[in-house]
Ligand binder design. Sequence first.
Ligand SMILES: [Zn+2]
Length: 238
Amino acid sequence: MLDPDQIERVLVVMAHPDDVDFGSAGTMANLVEHGVHVTYCLVTDGDAGGSDRTISRSEMAAIRRREQTAAAHVVGVKDLVFLGHPDGRVQNTLELRRDISRVIREVRPQVVVCQSPERNLDRIFASHPDHLAAGEAAMCAVYPDARNPFAHPELLEAGLEPWSVVEIWLSGHSQSMDAVDVTDQVDRKFEALLCHLSQHTDPAGMQVRVREWMRRTAEVLGLPEGRYVEAFRVVNAG
Ligand SMILES: [Zn+2]
């Protein structure tokens, strides 16, 4: 796993608003503190989220863009790209691969953080079908699309030169062995998570569950008592 001082730019590609805050917001806060420029790319607006049937889906999309933007600001992330694919129907299409490749060529990150394309049989909520599809599309965009000048030729025609990402950090993978100690960032992670007001029916219970999950991950990966981590499966793409 690259150290923060080996990284200039990170691109996070996630299926829904709030995904990054559950799995990676502490890590992003840590990277921003080290001077790394972080950009979020959201595949959908999360318009199928929440359970209030009186809110129209277009209204929900607008709410969730606002919530994700506020959550990003809490951890120091100012650049967000919303691709606007429909929530609940994400597929690994050539169109989605092209859209993510475009953002990779624009941002030129050393690291792409995305969701595991492999189903995690230990945690069904990590493996929402949109997460699997978005993760697979992001990996296809890293290799080969973004670095191949002949993939999606309209990108080169638009002046976007090929770009090779060095590492992929998968979130939600069953073999996440690379831990980022986010104990010092954990309060801001929860502040970011709580920005997603439309999604929390039990914010206190959510915090207890996420905190316990981060503590247990730290324990499993051999960190000292009282530490909190976010863990990733690192894929070498360089
Ligand atoms: Zn999600």
